[in-house]
Design a protein around this ligand. Structure first.
Ligand SMILES: *Cc1c(COP(=O)(O)O)cnc(C)c1O
Length: 377
């Protein structure tokens, strides 16, 4: 019998175990120190960022960067209505108000014109989410210019975008005032949990370093002129991160290969819609498609022992936000978007098993499925 293909599974080889075991044989303190600094340096080198500040999760990286940008009560931050819940929740956690704006379907990122319309005198920042490593349409510079024109900070949630670059060659997460990456288990590389703030602003980096260490003046000195909490990383996790960083290029190229095999195998099925993805410069984190009859396809794939996951529901429809508004594109993605098996280690025969099962579904079921959908404007 064929084994179950999960939507995602982590992937390690002996190198993480070796790093961890070497570290445990040294007289380290486990908390963040030299290995964390080495991991931060590797991230700086890879992204050409001046600073990389590790935190204990992507969510606390988001909170810490907002705090370091002095965003708080009374401020509004524009957030796309299609994102992981951590983006709007981090804005709320620092006391500011997330203002939800619809996305466009070319990039699954903030719609530029709707973003402009949502700006008020209270708006402090625009939080771009680089969905699946895609460059926001019509290009990052349009958002840079909008922020310059209106005097706003540009922030980048690059949680899913390590290994993705803008058309001008800059790494995602390094163009705005600050950006962040997540190292939770499903992300491009993982440290179990973990996050990183990228910035080229020395003062902002130093505020972020203080804020994640109780607002200490410096390590080991208990003088607090600034507010802070404990969002520090550990060298134990950095051991895994350093080993994973060495395999980043390989993982990125596997992700791109897997995406292109899926796209090629499924290109003849009109019901399966692929969002545009530039496989030269960007790295698909998950394989994302849209289909008219998602639940039926999901059930069929479960029968074929294949796992999937619906893409994020619109933030506006989450019970804790529950907002009305014109969010037709994010609502459409929430209803039709589906993540297919996306582990970096998927073999081409596993990908073929998935695409054959999808083809079977659409050949047997085509007469009873919903009529082909039309994309909203
Ligand atoms: C994963 C993710 C986060 C949160 O990161 P954690 O490390 O899980 O806290 C934030 N934003 C986006 C877009 C993500 O995909």
């Amino acid at each position: 019998m064929d084994p179950f293909i999960p939507q995602f599974a982590p992937w390690f080889d002996g190198s993480e175990a070796l790093e961890l075991s070497n570290y445990m044989k040294s007289d380290g303190y486990l908390t963040e120190f030299r290995l964390t600094q080495q991991f931060e340096q590797m991230l700086c080198d890879y992204t050409s960022s001046r600073h990389a500040v590790m935190t204990n999760s992507g969510t606390t990286a988001l909170m810490t960067m907002l705090y370091a940008c002095s965003i708080g009560p009374g401020d509004e931050v524009i957030v796309p209505n299609y994102t992981m819940i951590a983006t709007p929740n981090a804005v709320r956690a620092v006391g500011a108000t997330p203002v939800l704006v619809d996305i466009n379907l070319d990039s699954l990122s903030l719609d530029l014109e709707k973003t402009r319309e949502a700006v008020t005198p209270r708006t402090k920042a625009i939080f771009l989410v680089l969905a699946n490593g895609r460059e926001p349409s019509p290009g990052i510079n349009a958002f840079v210019e909008l922020c310059e024109e209106l005097g706003l900070l540009l922030l980048e949630d690059a949680a899913q975008a390590l290994g993705s670059f803008y058309k001008d060659g800059r790494a995602m997460g390094t163009v705005g005032a600050a950006g962040m990456i997540s190292f939770s288990v499903p992300k491009i590389i993982t440290t179990g949990q973990g996050g990183c703030i990228l910035t080229s602003d020395d003062a902002l980096a130093s505020r972020a370093r203080g804020a994640k260490d109780f607002g200490r003046e410096r390590g080991g000195v208990d003088i607090h002129r600034e507010f802070g909490l404990n969002f520090k990383f550990t060298d134990l996790q950095a051991a895994v991160g350093v080993a994973q960083m060495r395999k980043l290029e390989e993982r990125v190229s596997l992700k791109r290969d897997i995406f292109s095999i899926y796209r090629e195998h499924l290109s003849g099925i009109p019901e399966v819609y692929f969002f545009e993805q530039d496989l030269e410069l960007t790295t698909p984190w998950f394989i994302d498609i849209a289909v008219p009859d998602r639940q039926k396809l999901v059930d069929h794939l479960v029968g074929a022992k294949i796992g999937t996951r619906p893409m994020y529901p619109p933030v506006s429809r989450q019970p804790i936000y529950n907002q009305r508004g014109k969010f037709s594109n994010s609502i459409w993605v929430g209803a039709h978007g589906l993540w297919l098996p996306s582990s970096s280690q998927l073999s081409s025969s596993e990908v073929s098993r998935v695409t054959s099962a999808i083809k079977d579904f659409y050949s047997q079921d085509s007469k009873v499925t919903a009529p082909r959908f039309t994309r909203p404007d």
